[in-house]
Design a protein around this ligand. Structure first.
Ligand code: AKG
Length: 258
């Protein structure tokens, strides 16, 4: 089955052994530089707010002492093999929206929670439901440590919730967003594998089965008038950096729409 057909049917695709050891070690080096210093400077907030991810790793403020590393980071997360795969699946107008790095919460009170990403945006559930089939909003997960780290409900990228899913996801009628849901699939990834999934399908992390996690998600998508405004321009390369990035199509696409 083609990757596109698999995505259309299920809302996700796993591509095994996609990235080489050299590519992974380059991504890890850049991620660690940013993440380790963010983690050590913000430990108490991360604990207190029960955070499970860091976002916007490419933001300029993380590179004030190492400006040259920023272009290296952009290069490492946009290898031609990856942009070509995404182009074959979704067409050429894919733009770079952000990055998120998922880890196990420091605060063990935090339990995995079922959600669709945009439920935390100001867009109402009704609008999200109406626009579901007009939005392409993807996560490309690059695990830097192997994990059984994310659970998804196949098919929920193209249908809205059952009554139970809605009650659980939005914690209605006495339900909690941590409850088991039927038809969930836990995805196991090795370092080198990638997982492409719809950010609007119902999904949650898994913290229990992994001693530690470090999963970099590249958030990319197609322009949509309701979501493009959420792009923070500070995460994009500056003009002079753009020229130094070998394969800048995702970034220049984001800049062109801005
Ligand atoms: O991997 C996780 O911990 C959760 C993933 C998630 O919520 C997301 O990718 O939006």
């Amino acid at each position: 089955m083609s990757a596109r057909k698999e995505y259309d049917d299920m809302g996700y695709v796993v591509v095994r052994n996609f990235l080489s050891d050299i590519e992974i070690s380059s991504i890890s080096k850049h991620v660690n530089g940013v993440f380790d210093s963010w983690m050590s400077s913000n430990k108490s907030e991360i604990f207190e707010h029960q955070l499970v991810n860091m976002h916007s790793l490419t933001k300029q403020e993380y590179f004030t002492n190492t400006p040259d590393e920023r272009v290296g980071f952009f290069n490492s997360i946009s290898p031609l093999t990856l942009t070509n795969l995404i182009e074959r699946m979704f067409g050429s107008e894919i733009y770079f929206h952000n990055t998120q790095l998922f880890f196990n919460p420091l605060n063990k009170k935090r339990l995995p929670y079922w959600h669709r990403d945009m439920q935390y945006s100001p867009l109402s559930d009704d609008i999200q439901k109406a626009e579901q089939n007009n939005m392409v909003s993807l996560h490309i997960r690059i695990p830097l440590v192997k994990e059984k780290g994310v659970e998804i409900i196949p098919g929920t990228h193209k249908r809205w919730d059952t009554e139970l899913e809605r009650d659980v996801r939005l914690e209605l009628n006495g339900h909690s967003n941590n409850e088991q849901l039927p038809n969930a699939k836990l995805i196991e990834l090795d370092v080198g594998d990638i997982l492409i999934f719809s950010s609007q399908m119902i999904h949650r992390g898994n913290y229990q089965l992994n001693d530690s996690r470090k999963a970099l998600d590249l958030c990319v998508g197609k322009y949509h008038h309701l979501t493009f405004g959420f792009l923070d321009k500070q995460i994009l390369p500056r003009k002079e950096e753009m020229e130094l990035i070998k394969n800048n199509q995702w970034y220049s696409c984001a800049t062109n729409y801005s």
